[in-house]
Design a binder for this molecule. Structure first.
Ligand code: ADP
Ligand code: F6P
Length: 472
């Protein structure tokens, strides 16, 4: 297999999962990971015989490159120490909370920063080895912000794109970062830096001006005799895949079964990684209070909360799990009755079929992050409701709120507002549900993940002519 490619994706994780029970090391079998990013990029990978550079998920294991599902994969090893300091540490205990409005305090550790630099260097070198002359390299997300500049130093011939899947903070927050200059300079190694929202691109340009004294024009930054474009490309979901899922008789039967199992009741649904940015505790508090206030009675409505285990060795995630599990216990203890729990809480990951069935069964989808780059769950729910039924309660602080204007939008910090909004969504007439759902579906169907990938890549392939001369 020739690893040299004219299209290379670099991401912290490879787009495959090991099939359980098929062994470790070279003998293992792999299958494509679920998720929009992989399904959007897979066709481009096949067309351009692309290579994906990323970690395969097991610490201290060195694997040779391999091929799965028409994609060439180059595993980048991470030691246990790298996982602790680079992945759990700088990526998820420093950058993640800082970029999500410091909803948890970021940890600033020099040891973690050193690991971040070291692992980014390893990814950059791996990408430099496999990219053919003049190749397109697309670097993904906050774990790899130094890769663009490192890669440009190694391979100035490449066309480099970077996409940040999470929010990019305003100057006032980013300023805290002890290595703020290095991170900006790392990103400026790209030709095109993509963000979820125009506001994030503006934050980036403003920081380049203020911190690096860079010249700029609108969303172009003049840096090192090059023009770096900062643009918004809101990510979306794989509408085709979800359409196929909801058309399956097994999925429809499962949705009916879920409704029957839960009894004749209104179903509210939350589906999140168990993460403190997702506003799960606020959601539970508001929902519980509706029973305390007498607005709802046990048996009238139930909240199904699916929380996927995530980053379980990071302290803030452990604290959150304890908090949520106590809260669920308290709400059920206080308001539930025999045969009528108020909250069904599952701490597990589900298949795409099961998720689609849950979306079809849910009357109200509750998405209440305190800050979220986009939130694909909200768009998945809309994509699955071809029947125009169901309502979406959506936080104003999710990137998706900019597009899903007909959702019942809410400030999740305002518990009374959240309660009122939940009641409105619960009581929406079918005609009102359909009116809102139709408008949201139009947006999601027209702007699916395939379009996102095409828009980003065609913009990356355009020459970088600035929108005008520098203003400063
Ligand atoms: P984030 O990227 O922060 O996890 P998103 O909402 O943007 O949040 O994306 C989450 C993705 O993970 C969605 O595609 C969703 O379907 C999937 N997902 C979330 N919870 C589960 C779960 N319990 N089981 C399987 N997939 C899940
Ligand atoms: O969207 C943010 C993100 O961190 C992605 O980069 C990642 O694929 C996903 O959430 C899950 O996170 P993790 O790789 O830490 O399990």
């Amino acid at each position: 297999m020739s690893l040299s490619s004219e299209f290379v994706v670099v991401a912290n994780r490879l787009p495959v999962d090991r099939v359980p029970g098929t062994g470790t090391g070279e003998g293992a079998s792999w299958r494509r990971s679920p998720g929009g990013l992989v399904s959007a990029i897979a066709p481009v990978m096949r067309r351009r015989e692309g290579t994906w550079v990323g970690w395969h998920g097991a610490p201290d294991e060195v694997l040779m490159p391999f091929e799965t599902d028409g994609m060439k994969l180059v595993p980048v090893p991470q030691s246990s120490e790298d996982v602790e300091l680079y992945y759990e540490g700088f990526s998820n205990a420093t950058l993640w909370p800082l970029y999500h409005d410091v909803v948890a305090p970021p940890v600033y550790s020099r040891e973690m920063w050193d690991a971040y630099v070291r692992v980014n260097e390893r990814f950059a070198k791996a990408a430099a080895r496999v990219a053919s002359q003049g190749a397109i390299v697309w670097v993904q997300d906050y774990q790899l912000q130094l890769v663009p500049a490192m890669l440009r130093r190694l391979r100035p011939d490449l066309r480099i794109g970077f996409f940040l899947h999470i929010p990019f903070p305003p100057l006032e927050l980013f300023w805290q970062m002890p290595w703020r200059r290095q991170i900006l300079e790392g990103l400026l190694g790209a030709d095109l830096v993509g963000f979820q929202l125009p506001g994030a691109a503006s934050n980036f340009v403003r920081l380049c001006r203020r911190l690096l004294d860079a010249r700029y024009n609108k969303q172009d930054v003049f840096w090192d005799d090059r023009v770096v474009r900062a643009r918004a490309f809101p990510i979306s979901v794989d509408v085709g895949e979800l359409n196929d899922l909801i058309a399956r008789p097994s999925v429809r039967e499962r949705a009916e079964e879920i409704r029957t199992d839960l009894g004749d009741t209104t179903i509210l649904l939350g589906v999140d990684r168990l993460d403190y940015t997702k506003g799960i505790t606020q959601r539970l508090e508001a929902f519980g209070e509706l029973f305390g206030d007498g607005h709802l009675k046990p048996g009238e409505a139930v909240l199904v909360q699916i929380a996927t285990p995530s980053r379980e060795r990071v302290e803030q995630y452990q604290l959150l799990r304890d908090q949520i599990e106590q809260q669920v216990g308290r709400i059920n203890g206080e308001y539930g009755e025999i045969g009528f729990p108020v909250v069904h809480y599952m701490h597990t990951s589900y298949t795409r079929d099961e998720l689609a069935a849950l979306y079809l069964a849910a009357d109200v989808m509750v998405v209440t992050p305190l800050r979220d780059g986009m939130n694909l769950v909200a768009k998945e729910y809309v994509a699955c409701r071809a029947d125009l039924r169901g309502t979406l309660v959506l936080s104003e602080f999710a990137g998706a709120a900019a597009e899903l204007k007909r959702a019942y939008q809410v400030n999740p910090y305002d518990i009374d507002g959240l309660k009122d909004t939940l009641l409105m969504a619960l009581n929406a007439e079918p005609a009102e549900q359909a009116r809102r759902m139709r408008a949201m579906r139009k947006r999601v169907i027209e702007h699916d993940v395939d379009r996102w990938a095409r828009d980003f890549l065609s913009s990356l392939e355009e020459p970088n002519s600035p929108s005008g001369p520098p203003l400063q």
